[in-house]
Design a protein around this ligand. Structure first.
Ligand SMILES: Nc1ncnc2c1ncn2[C@@H]1O[C@H](COP(=O)(O)OP(=O)(O)OP(=O)(O)O)[C@@H](O)[C@H]1O
Ligand SMILES: [Mg+2]
Length: 463
């Protein structure tokens, strides 16, 4: 009962069963009632039409044979059984008694003719049914008046066996049709649900293969219905997963290559340093190289750690109200020694008053350090730098501009890629990747604009 297949089959079956039940228990009985009512109104019409001559059978002077003949004649004309009843009004109330009957053998009638009493009491014609020895009997009673008072009642009756047999026939037909419909419902339900569950099974199998790492598995997009759309969505997801998997493999390959290079170079220098005949000057030079490589390794390790934290989403932001002007001044002052080594000037261009915003100051400072460091590393000595902060409609902007020769040709589209660096010796190529990831984690953007003479990195943080 857990599978879609059995549930759908059961649903088809139940709906059909309910429909058959409604037809059987509601439509069929009401059809039968309609039929019976029609027969009763036909009886009433006949009673009104053929009871006129019976008026002559009223009065005490009319003899019994005459009355009997009149009744028989009325019965012949109407092709119905006709019973003439008298009315007695005693102390027990109104009662009727049979005077003549077109069919009565030996003058005995098995029927009570309750409708006759109703007609006598109301002075109006009445219809009704009564259980007779051979089944239901339909009756229409017509009061006959003598001096404006009902004196006799003529009852026209006929058996309703055909109504009952018609009802039974309808019920039997409904049972037969219902059985066929139920069988079809089960077959159709089974076929439809089987087709659906097969398609779902195929999706599930492909998902299993993808989960096991087989990115060549394809989700079958076999129609445009909901399942087809699901397959398409899964297919898209699988493509993205494949791309991500590729990117991950590439990243690992590049990272290990980047790590291996300084390690090999360290090994090489250490071997050289071990040489006893080395003069002091060269040894000092090699130690310097070793330090450089160790620095580079350290930078790489920190960068990789930062990046992996960012990608894993485990880097926690600590937003607080921050004055960006103050932050810019603080970060710029950290660079005073580096600036003087590079013979550069850093100019702050800040609006009057604080630029108050809510952000993680440590992360914004990290982005600024990356940008100012680049402006110093990738420009010739003496290149000036400008740090600009501004605010518009609640959003804040921080820009680092240098007046160097600009990005190398072809670099523009690649500088945010991990490990892209044109600085072969020192750069790990992770700085801008980390800066952009940080900006995006803070729901901001980091963009670059570069031409010869001015390169500007702009960090925009939303309100
Ligand atoms: N202000 C700039 N002027 C010119 N080129 C730049 C500037 N900033 C970045 N670049 C280019 O973008 C590249 C990538 O910069 P990124 O900071 O990501 O790496 P990196 O500086 O080479 O190494 P590190 O990870 O050590 O910072 C640089 O190698 C350089 O070619
Ligand atoms: Mg850099």
């Amino acid at each position: 009962m857990r599978s879609i297949q059995s549930r759908l089959t059961l649903l088809f079956f139940s709906i059909t069963l309910a429909a058959v039940g409604v037809v059987y228990f509601y439509v069929a009985p009401s059809l039968e009632t309609n039929l019976r009512n029609q027969r009763l109104s036909a009886l009433a019409v006949s009673a009104a039409q053929f009871s006129g001559p019976l008026q002559h059978a009223l009065g005490s002077s009319v003899s019994k044979p005459v009355v009997d003949r009149q009744v028989r004649q009325a019965a012949d004309r109407a092709s119905l059984r006709v019973t003439l009843l008298g009315i007695s009004r005693g102390t027990l109330g109104l009662a009727t008694y049979t005077i003549a009957d077109s069919q009565a053998v030996g003058g005995v009638s098995k029927l009570r003719f309750g409708v006759a009493e109703a007609a006598a009491r109301t002075s109006h014609s009445a219809t009704g049914t009564e259980a007779g020895p051979g089944g239901q009997v339909g009756e229409a009673a017509q009061p006959l008046f003598f001096r404006n008072k009902p004196a006799r009642v003529a009852v026209f009756s006929a058996p309703l066996t055909d109504v009952a047999s018609n009802g039974a026939l309808i019920r039997r037909r409904i049972q037969e049709a219902g059985a066929i419909a139920l069988l079809l419902a089960i077959l159709a339900g089974y076929a439809v649900s089987r087709a659906l569950s097969l398609r779902v099974k195929r999706l599930e199998q492909t998902a299993g293969r993808v989960a096991a790492g087989d990115f060549s598995a394809r989700f079958p997009v076999d129609s445009e219905d909901e399942l087809g759309q699901l397959a398409r969505a899964l297919d898209d997801m699988q493509h993205q997963l494949a791309e991500l998997d590729n990117a991950r493999k590439q990243f690992i390959a590049t990272a290990s290559h980047e790590l291996r290079t300084p390690i090999f170079s360290l090994g090489g220098f250490l071997e050289l340093i071990q040489d006893e005949e080395l003069d002091d000057e060269t040894r000092r030079q090699f130690v310097g190289q070793v330090r450089q490589q160790v620095d580079r390794l350290g930078q790489l390790a920190t960068g990789l750690l930062d990046l992996s934290r960012l990608e894993a989403g485990s880097l926690e932001l600590r937003p607080e109200r921050t004055d960006l002007s103050e932050l810019a001044k603080a970060v710029a002052s950290e660079f005073i020694p580096a600036l003087s080594r590079h013979s550069s000037h850093l100019r702050l261009q800040l609006p009057r008053g604080p630029i108050s915003t809510v952000c993680d100051p440590e992360r914004v400072a990290q982005i600024m350090r990356i940008l100012i460091d680049n402006a110093l590393t990738h420009t010739p000595e003496g290149t000036d730098i400008q740090v600009i902060a501004s605010r518009q409609n609640g959003a804040v902007r921080m820009a680092v501009r240098d007046f160097g020769p600009g990005l190398k040709p072809g670099a523009l589209g690649r500088i945010f890629e991990p490990f892209y660096s044109t600085d072969g010796v020192q750069g790990s190529g992770l700085g801008l990747t980390i800066a952009r990831e940080l900006a995006e984690r803070m729901k901001g953007t980091l963009q670059v604009e570069s031409r010869s003479g001015a390169t500007t990195f702009t960090l925009d943080l939303g309100p």
